[in-house]
Design a protein around this ligand. Sequence first.
Ligand SMILES: Cc1cc2nc3c(=O)[nH]c(=O)nc-3n(C[C@H](O)[C@H](O)[C@H](O)COP(=O)(O)OP(=O)(O)OC[C@H]3O[C@@H](n4cnc5c(N)ncnc54)[C@H](O)[C@@H]3O)c2cc1C
Length: 292
Amino acid sequence: MHGVLSRDGYSPLDLVSDGYREVRAVDGVIVNDSVMTTRATSDGFELVTEQGMVATARHIIVATGVRDELPEIRGLVEQWGRGVVSCPYCDGYESTGRRIGVLAASVAGLHKAHMLRSYSDDITVFTGLVEPIPEADRAVLEERGILVETRAVTHVVTDGHTLTGLGLADGTTTPVDVVFADPSLVALDEPLRQLGVDRTNTPVGPWTAVDPAGRTSVKGVWAVGNAANPAALVPTAAGSGATTAQALNAELVATDVAAAAARVAQASSGAPNNVLTDDEPETAGSTVPAGG
Ligand SMILES: Cc1cc2nc3c(=O)[nH]c(=O)nc-3n(C[C@H](O)[C@H](O)[C@H](O)COP(=O)(O)OP(=O)(O)OC[C@H]3O[C@@H](n4cnc5c(N)ncnc54)[C@H](O)[C@@H]3O)c2cc1C
């Protein structure tokens, strides 16, 4: 994990276990289960998990991220996150001076080779998945010293562990030290779809629309990280979570204060106290795990 201030090169798995420990230390509850259905109720939301747990909440924050879909090339998935990566902002610097392969899956994906050019003089962009590429694009790549390989890539070559090259359809191998792939991003946004939130067009296709605080079009439903922004990296995803947590808490407190003010007004008018108190208990507790 790179580009995360104070955690450069940290293991993502360690980041997750740090997070578990810190959430539990402040009495947060973590349930390792998949949410299968999410629906609005009269006073909030109900979530049902794969193992049958039911949770209710006044508001929900969806942080379900994305799935990267790689082209079907033998050995690619096995090297994912090691010899095969995708993000120049995450792994570009670490590829300085190395033999870089860019596996473009679209004309737009050719751009990754330009993004990486400042890190290495040895870049080959493999265009077999997008051939024919526009002649103007090819000329600009070549003008910048980027080799264009049009033969189809059939498999990843390793020394048993480390990636060493890409195998081509004609039986030859192009040696490379690292491959930047061009996966399709698929939002794992089923909970948001079930609740019918609005979507907006982005460069990678329709995506959940949020305001700067992470509010979706459905009141009480918020989205953060890659669920709200396909371009979010770890710091941006975490930052959006913090922004949303503040805004959501402000709404809960405002709701509780308004309900209390209404009760005070009712009491001082002498009328019977029949003001709705659905929002209590106040603020902090929003999730009620049943049997979990
Ligand atoms: C190979 C690779 C390398 C990367 N390197 C870097 C890097 O160096 N620096 C950097 O900043 N970023 C890097 N990133 C990007 C980084 O992983 C994302 O920006 C970040 O993980 C987004 O965080 P998130 O919380 O939005 O989503 P995620 O981290 O994807 O978390 C979403 C979680 O929600 C869970 N989930 C999904 N659906 C459900 C459901 N229905 N019920 C319950 N749980 C569900 C998922 O299982 C997952 O655990 C890299 C990504 C990849 C693929």
